[in-house]
Design a binder for this molecule. Structure first.
Ligand SMILES: [Mg+2]
Length: 214
């Protein structure tokens, strides 16, 4: 875990969901596979061609932006697939319940954190998939709001979904902390806007948050 910065007053913890609150690589990889297959259909090319096109865009982006990774949603935008369509594909295709189990340690963690903080989620996924993921893990009741691609109409890194959470909670960005698994997607931009940032490197890091934040 890398605790990059914590504000003096913290009211809200804003979590990323995918690969932050669960560590199922098979589920994450299946999401990628389903989206690339759907993209191939849409572009009327083979799956291999669609994968190559996405990889190329992401490689070019990294080269031009000091090695930063580009979200899949933003790579799809460059291929002519708007965020709204991306969200619709995700909502129709993904099956979090097929991969994820109730996580008692995560439930205990969120229960403890919620005694002191408001808890929200910002995800580069469809909102309904975010909610179903939290539900499968057993923690949906602790998260409000859950802001997905279809609500914010942008893919992180973008401050808008974080702003939406803070507006909903009636707090300033400088009173919130972004917690996620990708520096360029979840952490860098929130830091530039005065938010705190914690980069998690494993699910064990999430379980350790009460010891750090309480
Ligand atoms: Mg993530």
């Amino acid at each position: 875990m890398q605790i990059i910065y914590l504000p003096a007053t913290i009211r809200t913890l804003v979590f990323d969901i995918d690969l932050t609150l669960y560590d199922s690589r098979p589920y994450y990889d299946n999401q990628h596979e389903l989206l690339i297959t759907r993209l191939a259909e849409h572009l009327n090319v083979t799956v291999a061609e669609a994968e190559t096109a996405v990889t190329q865009i992401r490689t070019d982006y990294a080269q031009q932006h000091g090695g930063r990774s580009l979200s899949l949603g933003n790579a799809f935008v460059q291929l002519g697939v708007p965020i709204a369509i991306n969200a619709q594909w995700r909502a129709a295709l993904f099956q979090p319940e097929a991969y994820l189990l109730r996580d008692e340690k995560l439930i205990a963690t969120m229960k403890r954190l919620s005694n002191k903080y408001l808890i929200a989620a910002v995800t580069n996924n469809a909102t309904i998939i975010g909610v179903r993921t939290l539900n499968a893990l057993g923690v949906a009741d602790y998260f409000a709001p859950v802001i997905g691609l279809d609500i914010s109409d942008v893919s992180k890194p973008d401050i808008r979904p974080f702003q939406m959470v803070c507006t909903a909670h009636g707090i300033a960005l400088s009173e919130a902390v972004s917690i996620g698994d990708r520096m360029a997607v979840d952490i860098e931009l929130p830091l530039q806007h005065g938010m705190g940032g914690i980069l998690v490197e494993s699910l064990a890091d999430i379980y350790r948050l009460p010891a750090i934040l309480l």
